[in-house]
Design a protein around this ligand. Structure first.
Ligand code: NAD
Ligand code: IPM
Ligand code: MN
Length: 353
C-alpha cells in the first residue's frame, strides 16, 4: 500500500489538509489501491514542537514516502526568526531542495460556473485553460549560491545552470506537445544574463519539438497579458520567482487563490500542495477554501499513482459541488450557499457518490 506523508504545516494548512485526505479516502474506497496516510511536522509547527522547521524525522519520512501532501507554512509568530530558520526557507524550500522537486506544475483552468466569481470580466476569464510550469529549486531562492547582509547592503544571487534550465524547459515542451502545442517561455532577457542563457537553451531544445510553437515573453508583459487576454496561453515555463508571482496573479483567473493546486515533481516523486499560503487572517475560523488542496490530491493520484480515473472523479465532484451553487466565502457572491472549510470537504465527498 503506497505511503502518503501528510504535512499540514501552519495556519489554514491544518484545516485544509484533513479535507483533502477525506476526499482521497472516499474516492479510493472499495478500489484496488488504498493509501496509507502518515503525519509529520513542518514549518512553524515543527519549530515549536521539534526545534526546527524541517526536522530530520520529517525529511526521512518524506524520502521514504511515495508522495507528500502539504498544507502551508509560515505565520506572524515566526516572522522575526533569522531567514534560514523560518518556516518558509528552513521548512518548505528545504524540503523542495532535499527532494530535488524542480518541476512545479500549477494548473489554471477557469471552471464555467466560477466565471462570475472572478474580479475580471467574464469575457476575459472564460475559456482560460493554461498551466504554469515553474522551476522550483534554482534561481534567487537558493542561498547556497550566495546571499548575505552587510551593515549597509544585502544581496541574493540569481544563478541557473544549463542542466537546471534544460530539464524544466524540456518538460515544458513535453507538456505543450500533449496539450494545445503552445509553449511560452517567460523571462527578462532584455536585462538579465541568466534569462539570456535560459532563452538560448530554450531555442536549442525547440529544434527537437517542431510540433510545438515556442514564443518568448518578458515577465512584465506576461503579467499584463495574463489579465488582458489569458486564453492566449497554453503552457508557460518560467524560472522560480517569476513563476511564484505570476501564479498568485493567475489564481484570480479562476476566481480565487483558494482554487490553485500544485504538483512539485522530480521523476516519480511528488509533493502536492495548494499554491496559496497559510492565510493567517482567516486561520482557525473554518473559512478557508479547501478546494486547491483537494485538487492537489487529484494531481497526486494522477502524477504519483497513475490513477487518472480517480483523479478525474475528484475534479468532477468539485465541479458538481460548485455547479450546485456551494461556495466558500472567498468565492461567494450573493445568492450562493456559503460553506465552511469542513462542510466544503464533506460536500465534495458526497458528490463523489
Ligand atoms: P496567503 O496566500 O497566505 O494569503 C493571501 C490572501 O489570500 C489572504 O487574504 C488569505 O486569507 C487569502 N487566502 C489564501 N488562501 C486561501 C484559501 N484557501 N481560502 C480563502 N482565502 C485564502 O499569502 P500571505 O498572506 O502573503 O502569506 C501568509 C503566510 O503564508 C506567510 O507566512 C507566507 O510566507 C506563507 N506562505 C506560505 C506558502 C506555502 O506554504 N506554500 C505560500 C505562500 C505564502
Ligand atoms: C509558494 C510560496 C513559497 C514560494 C514561499 C512560502 C517560500 O509563496 O509556494 O508559492 O515562494 O515558493
Ligand atoms: Mn507563492
Amino acid at each position: 500500500m503506497p505511503n502518503v506523508l501528510v504535512l499540514p504545516g501552519d495556519g489554514i494548512g491544518k484545516e485544509i489538509t484533513p479535507e483533502a485526505v477525506k476526499v482521497l479516502e472516499a474516492v479510493l474506497k472499495g478500489r484496488s489501491t488504498s493509501l496509507n496516510f502518515q503525519y509529520g511536522l513542518i514549518g512553524g509547527a515543527a519549530i515549536d514542537e521539534a526545534g526546527k522547521a524541517l526536522p530530520d524525522e520529517t525529511l526521512a519520512a518524506a524520502q521514504a514516502a511515495d508522495a507528500i501532501l502539504l498544507g502551508s507554512v509560515g505565520g506572524p509568530k515566526w516572522d522575526t526568526l533569522p531567514a534560514p530558520q523560518r518556516p518558509e526557507l528552513g521548512g518548505l524550500l528545504a524540503i523542495r531542495k532535499a527532494l530535488s522537486l524542480y518541476a512545479n506544475i500549477r494548473p489554471v483552468k477557469m471552471l464555467p460556473m466560477l466565471v462570475e466569481s472572478s474580479t475580471l470580466r467574464a469575457e476575459v476569464v472564460e475559456n482560460v485553460d493554461l498551466v504554469v510550469l515553474r522551476e522550483l529549486t534554482g534561481g534567487l531562492y537558493f542561498g547556497e549560491k550566495g546571499r548575505g547582509t552587510n551593515p549597509k547592503s544585502a544581496f541574493d544571487t540569481l544563478i541557473y545552470t544549463e542542466e537546471e534550465i534544460q530539464r524544466i524547459v524540456e518538460m515544458g515542451f513535453q507538456m505543450a506537445a500533449k496539450r494545445r502545442g503552445k509553449l511560452c517561455s517567460v523571462d527578462k532577457a532584455n536585462v538579465l544574463e541568466s534569462s539570456r542563457f535560459w532563452r538560448e537553451i530554450t531555442v536549442e531544445i525547440a529544434k527537437r519539438y517542431p510540433e510545438v510553437e515556442l514564443t518568448h515573453m518578458y515577465v512584465d508583459n506576461a503579467a499584463m497579458q495574463l489579465v488582458r487576454w489569458p486564453a492566449q496561453f497554453d503552457v508557460i515555463v518560467t524560472e522560480n520567482m517569476f513563476g511564484d508571482i505570476l501564479t498568485d496573479l493567475a489564481s484570480m483567473l479562476m476566481g480565487s487563490i483558494g482554487m490553485i493546486s500544485s504538483a512539485s515533481l522530480n521523476g516519480n516523486k511528488g509533493l502536492y500542495e495548494p499554491a496559496h499560503g497559510s492565510a493567517p487572517d482567516i486561520a482557525g475560523k473554518n473559512l478557508a477554501n479547501p478546494l486547491a488542496t483537494i485538487l492537489s490530491g487529484a494531481l497526486m493520484l494522477r502524477y504519483s499513482f497513475g490513477l487518472e480515473e480517480e483523479a478525474q472523479r475528484i475534479e468532477r465532484a468539485v465541479e458538481r459541488v460548485l455547479q450546485a451553487g456551494y461556495r466558500t466565502p472567498d468565492l461567494a457572491k450573493s445568492g450562493e450557499k456559503v460553506l465552511g472549510t469542513r462542510e466544503m470537504g464533506n460536500a465534495v465527498v458526497e458528490a463523489l457518490k
